[in-house]
Design a protein around this ligand. Structure first.
Ligand SMILES: [Fe+2]
Ligand SMILES: [Fe+2]
Length: 326
């Protein structure tokens, strides 16, 4: 039966006539058939289509369902099963929100003191605006470093999503490649969101802080959307300065940990897996890697601002996007 199923899938794929379609359908057949999955994984892997299959455990979702429901096999109508994935040490991968191939070791050697000196009018305006927002948040949070970081992350994860979305729409409208910038900006948004998912493990926001987050998101998303439409260059510069402030905030957070003002608690499990930290990692290690991420975002956004306008006649898509730059 399974062989018949695969044969018909292969035949349909050939009739459809695209190599990529063929791979896609063969992959579906392979992943829904436990025997064929193992047989075809090598071919798919070698074709470069899905190299991440190497992290899969040999058991299939279908087998799991069999185990969970006695001997009755419950097949998913849509063919979607959650594959069993393991860590390098053989333990089961516990996260659905990110996968082992999305984890990385942060480059903590990045210069955290770099600053773009504002020269043009728009640079100065962006810098002043960020400093004003910084003063407001300092007034509200004072020395509550955890809450401050959490609030910062709810804002910091917005620009990448807005910029990525607008570049995506532009690519569709103009039938143009994005030069990798859509992916790079969406990666930044996802990375910032992971910072937030880490911080909420450590901080329990109060009701008025949650209210502030909702209000700030409503205002900031719309304001940044309009801002990016009017001037992507200035919007990226603004984010560059926002990231500089994030680096400063996390440096102060680290100083508070070192001085004993903030307890150096064990790192949350999600952070250990996401940044591939040692099992005995602490808050200090987590803040150090987050600060390194912020420094990378700072560089990406200042770079995006320069390449968009200062090279007159060039667009952002013509500058190579730093995809996977953390
Ligand atoms: Fe962040
Ligand atoms: Fe950031």
């Amino acid at each position: 039966m399974k062989h018949f199923l695969v044969k018909s899938v292969v035949a349909r794929a050939l009739i459809a006539g695209g190599g990529r379609n063929f791979n896609r359908q063969l992959l579906t057949a392979a992943t829904t058939s436990p025997e064929l999955k193992l047989r075809h994984v090598g071919a798919i892997h070698n074709s470069g289509y899905w190299p991440r299959m190497s992290t899969l455990a040999p058991s299939s979702g279908e087998k799991d369902q069999k185990e969970e429901n006695g001997n009755a096999v419950v097949s998913s109508y849509w063919g979607i099963t959650r594959q069993k994935i393991k860590r390098e040490d053989g333990t089961e991968w516990p996260w659905n929100c990110f996968m082992p191939w999305e984890t990385y070791r942060a480059d903590v050697s990045i210069d955290v003191t770099k600053h773009h000196v504002p020269k043009s009018f728009s640079d100065k305006a962006a810098f002043k605006l960020v400093k004003f927002l910084r003063a407001l948040s300092d007034l509200y949070f004072k020395e509550r470093y955890g809450c401050h970081a959490m609030m910062l992350e709810t804002i910091a994860a917005v620009p990448g999503m807005v910029g990525g979305m607008l570049l995506h729409l532009k690519s569709l409208r103009k039938f143009q490649h994005s030069g990798g910038w859509i992916k790079a900006l969406l990666e930044e948004a996802e990375n910032e969101r992971m910072h937030l998912m880490t911080m909420v493990e450590l901080v329990n926001p109060k009701w008025h802080e949650r209210l502030l987050v909702i209000t700030a998101q409503g205002v900031f998303f719309n304001a940044f959307f309009v801002f990016y439409l009017i001037s992507p260059k200035m919007a990226h510069r603004f984010v560059g300065y926002l990231e500089e402030e994030a680096v400063i905030s996390y440096t102060q957070h680290l100083e508070a940990i070192e001085s004993g003002k903030v307890e150096n608690v064990p790192a949350p499990a999600i952070a250990i897996d996401y940044w591939r930290l040692p099992k005995d990692a602490t808050l200090k290690d987590v803040i150090t890697v987050i600060r390194a991420d912020e420094a990378h975002h700072r560089d990406v956004n200042h770079f995006a601002s320069v390449s968009d306008i200062q090279h007159q006649g060039k667009e952002l898509r013509e500058a190579p996007a730093p995809v996977g730059y953390h």
